[in-house]
Design a protein around this ligand. Structure first.
Ligand code: ADP
Ligand code: MG
Length: 376
């Protein structure tokens, strides 16, 4: 099913499972049901309206126990509303929510086995880190010694052992987000909902926390439903992801599947660079890193070759991005690793006539019809 090695953009992954190995073939289907167990979370035709706005429009998903499942989509596409419906902060106009096979659609938030981590941390500023983390257990009247012990374990898990006495104001943004995470996992919820939890962090810290979150999820074994608008984050972290557009799911799948075989032009453009071409009445997409610029080299057997002109070049350190206008019509973005090239070389390529080549099996037909829902 996977036609390429996913390693290029999957920086983190839980070991062992077939989703993360470059060697083991991927499973034939990607629905949670096919993974064998009853879904941990099941959304059936979930719908939420605000006046004329249909924020969530008939969303159906099955999420397996222990899965890292991401809701990916542009701002306003209905991700947060979906999360709030699962948490019980909002009630749907239509549809059903099941957690562990039990219908919780009408239950209040406290009667659902879920916890939410928000982007803005929502820590109590006047309380110490320790008291913030213990808070949920205190509400549940867990005794003091047990609270203390579990809070220490949770802080240890998020690499904040020894920070218990500090106030949130004495922590960095990344550390505060870890406290928020510790405060959520200490309750050992069945499901953890995370709404753009790394959105406020700078790039370096965000990348570090992505790896850390994956590790923590692997250790606690809780089902994560993760909201982000950042495609790279979604590709890096998720077991599977659902791409949202205007309140609907347009594609569900493993990262490599969605990236390499987008089902619609919207997905192709949102999860990567769209690179749409039309040849002989067939519309298709081909990913920038699957295209070669043939300097003086010749195409390999079976490669499709076209001529064109480099109309734009962007040197980006590790790679250079070229935009090539093809003589037969259309434009392609091509990414090339900077093995030998310097920024000066790259910029000189502007205006050059080139040949580009790709393997036909690296192209995927796009038929833009009505968005398909989960193929469960
Ligand atoms: P996302 O999280 O993907 O950015 P949201 O779920 O927050 O999207 O919003 C989806 C749509 O619903 C948007 O058009 C938004 O303006 C609208 N919306 C969300 N919450 C409310 C609300 N409480 N009242 C009115 N409209 C809302
Ligand atoms: Mg949101």
């Amino acid at each position: 099913m996977h036609s390429g090695a996913p390693g290029a953009y999957r920086l983190a992954g839980r070991g062992g499972g077939p989703l993360h190995s470059g060697v083991t073939p991927a499973p034939e289907t990607d629905t949670a049901a096919s993974l064998g167990a009853e879904p941990d979370v099941r959304l059936v035709q979930l719908t939420k309206r605000y006046g004329d706005v249909v924020a969530v429009d008939g969303v159906s998903i099955d999420i397996a126990k222990g899965e890292f499942f991401t809701l990916l989509g542009p701002s306003g596409s209905g991700k947060t509303t979906t999360l709030r419906l699962i948490a019980g902060f909002e009630l749907p106009d239509d549809g059903r929510i099941e957690l562990g096979g039990i219908d919780v659609t009408k239950r209040p938030p406290y009667a659902r086995d879920v916890n939410t981590v928000f982007q803005d941390y929502a820590l109590f500023p006047h309380m110490s880190v320790q008291d913030n983390v213990e808070y949920g257990l205190k509400i549940k009247k867990v005794d003091r010694a047990e609270r203390r012990r579990r809070a220490e374990d949770a802080l240890d898990m998020v690499s904040l052992a020894g920070y218990g006495a500090r106030k949130p104001a004495q922590l960095s943004g990344g550390q505060r987000q870890r406290v928020a995470l510790a405060r959520a996992i200490i309750n050992r919820p069945r499901i953890l909902l995370l709404d753009e939890p790394l959105g406020a962090l700078d790039l370096k810290l965000r990348q570090g926390m992505q790896v850390e979150l994956k590790r923590i999820q692997g250790e606690v074994g809780i089902t994560f439903i993760y909201v982000t608008h950042d495609q790279e984050e979604a590709l890096t972290m998720s077991d599977r992801l659902a791409v949202f557009d205007q309140g609907r799911i347009v594609q569900v799948g493993q990262p490599a599947e969605v990236y390499e075989r987008p089902s619609t032009e919207f997905v192709a453009g949102f999860v990567g660079v769209s690179n749409m071409l039309e040849r002989d009445g067939r519309r298709f997409t081909v990913r920038p890193e699957k295209i070669r610029i043939l300097d003086d080299g010749r195409p390999s057997d079976g490669e499709h070759v076209e001529s064109g002109t480099v109309v734009d070049v962007a040197y980006a350190g590790m790679v250079t991005r070229y935009v090539v206008a093809l003589d037969a019509g259309g434009e392609l973005q091509v990414v090339r690793q900077n093995l030998e090239t310097t920024s000066a070389d790259a910029l000189e390529d502007r205006g050059r006539k080139v040949h580009v080549a790709w393997r036909p099996q690296q192209t995927y037909a796009i038929e833009d019809g009505p968005p398909d829902q989960e193929e469960a």
